[in-house]
Ligand binder design. Structure first.
Ligand SMILES: [Zn+2]
Length: 437
């Protein structure tokens, strides 16, 4: 009897797990198989071509579907032959690259694991098409807009750009059942008032200003709920809901209006983690979405997780805060300690960043991704005074040191104890104490 129960439990366990790959298994799958090796922001069109060649060599189905203004190839990848049509596109904004790498790794995994039961299930239930890097000219220049200086995501109705015309044609010609619009948001986007970065934000995109709740919208809310549950253990507290203002000229809104209800995924950042980590989180989330569509599990799911997602917030986070900063004494003037805040410009991962002061004085209402207590130091700003707008190039001197503050070339004559330059400690790391948040 006991044996029979044991065997039937095994049978249930096996039947539940044939198609249900856990989030951890998806994470392990990405770790073991991903073919992307560069930080997504460093991936140019030439690098994408290298990925595409690897994908082709793995048996992946991929073709050129159009060209950019500068004649760069725009590709579409395809997997499966099922009845439900799933369409994804990434990087219509050139400086929003993370999902391009995720898509490459997804199609690479699917192409090389055709015999895995859940991949077979995808292939028989879904046809998946994806355009990675819709805006290769913008990606080359690392800018939002295309080569004409037009925001493709405001060109869904005008169709003044070849990239927008292509995207519209791909939708119109194939009529997908669901769309995924893949972007990046600012690294300082926060989850509500938590002071945490919004590393992934979702939005179920309505197809009209009245926000009519169609069956497709409800399905998408259930799918976002499943995706959220799948990734929350990896980035706890870092998932939010994107603002849902209706944008009549944007593609997501119009895809939904044209009969392809869209899920928007906005990847942010996570301090201390590489960009590729969030490509992996995209991999887990998107594979989970495919799974819930292929198995039909979304139909019995709930929209609750989506409905209760905290909202995106902006204006509450900065990259760095230095507290209790005293400038070096000049003459007999008393020096009042101030707090200073600084933010980084968006850039490719391999590029040196510039960090600019945004507040000097009070930083009330702000939280720094990194915060330091400078109370034991005098601080010199490399380029003149500590003022908003200046670069944060900071030299720290222990207060008990004997320094002739009137000397010219202080920095040469009296070497600083610690130097903060271009967003990192180039000397004396750890000397100025970090404030644990
Ligand atoms: Zn965008």
């Amino acid at each position: 009897m006991r044996k029979a129960i044991f065997l039937s439990l095994i049978a249930i366990f096996v039947s539940l797990n044939i198609f249900a790959q856990t989030p951890q298994e998806l994470a392990d799958a990405w770790d073991a198989t991903h073919i992307t090796d560069k930080e997504p922001s460093d991936v140019r069109h030439a690098d994408l071509k290298v990925y595409i060649e690897k994908l082709r060599a793995q048996g992946g189905k991929i073709g050129e579907v159009g060209r950019s203004n500068a004649g760069r190839e725009i590709y579409q990848m395809e997997f499966g032959s099922g009845p439900l049509k799933v369409f994804l596109w990434s990087q219509m904004h050139g400086d929003e690259p993370t999902a391009t790498s995720a898509l490459v790794d997804i199609f690479s995994y699917l192409a090389t694991h055709k015999d895995v039961p859940w991949v077979k299930e995808f292939a028989s239930k879904l046809t998946i098409r994806a355009v990675p890097m819709l805006n290769p000219d913008g990606a080359e220049l690392y800018q939002r807009r295309n080569l004409q200086g037009i925001d493709i995501n405001r060109d869904a109705l005008n169709l003044a750009t070849p990239e927008a015309r292509l995207l519209k044609w791909l939708q119109n010609n194939w009529r997908p059942d669901i769309g995924f619009n893949l972007h990046n948001q600012q690294e300082l986007t926060a989850v509500d008032h938590t002071g945490k970065q919004a590393s992934i934000s979702f939005l179920v995109v309505y197809g009209d200003a009245a926000k009519t709740e169609t069956a497709g919208m409800l399905r998408n809310k259930r799918i976002v709920s499943a995706m959220t549950k799948a990734i929350e253990a990896f980035i706890p507290g870092h998932i939010a809901r994107y603002g849902d203002d209706w944008t009549p000229t944007a593609f997501g809104d119009n895809f939904s209006a044209w009969g392809t209800p869209v899920i928007l995924i906005e990847t942010g950042a996570l301090v201390g983690q590489k960009e590729l980590y969030l490509a992996k989180i995209n991999f887990i989330a998107i594979m989970t979405a495919f799974s819930s569509l292929a198995t039909g599990s979304e139909a019995t799911g709930s929209t609750l997780t989506y409905d209760t997602l905290p909202r995106n917030a902006s204006g509450t986070l900065v990259n760095f805060i230095f507290r209790n900063v005293e400038v070096a004494p000049k003459g007999n003037k008393p020096v009042v300690p101030v707090d200073i805040a600084a933010v980084a410009a968006r850039r490719r991962a391999s590029f040196t960043t510039s960090i600019r002061l945004t507040r000097v004085g009070s930083v009330n209402g702000l939280r720094g991704l990194e915060e330091y207590d400078a109370a034991g130091f005098y601080v010199i700003q490399r380029f003149g005074k500590l003022l908003p707008g200046k670069l944060a190039e900071l030299f720290f001197y222990k207060k008990d040191r004997v320094v002739d503050w009137q000397a010219e070339d202080i920095i040469e004559k009296f070497e600083p104890d610690a130097i903060f330059s271009a967003g990192s400690w180039t000397k004396g790391e750890g000397l100025v104490p970090k404030i644990q948040r």
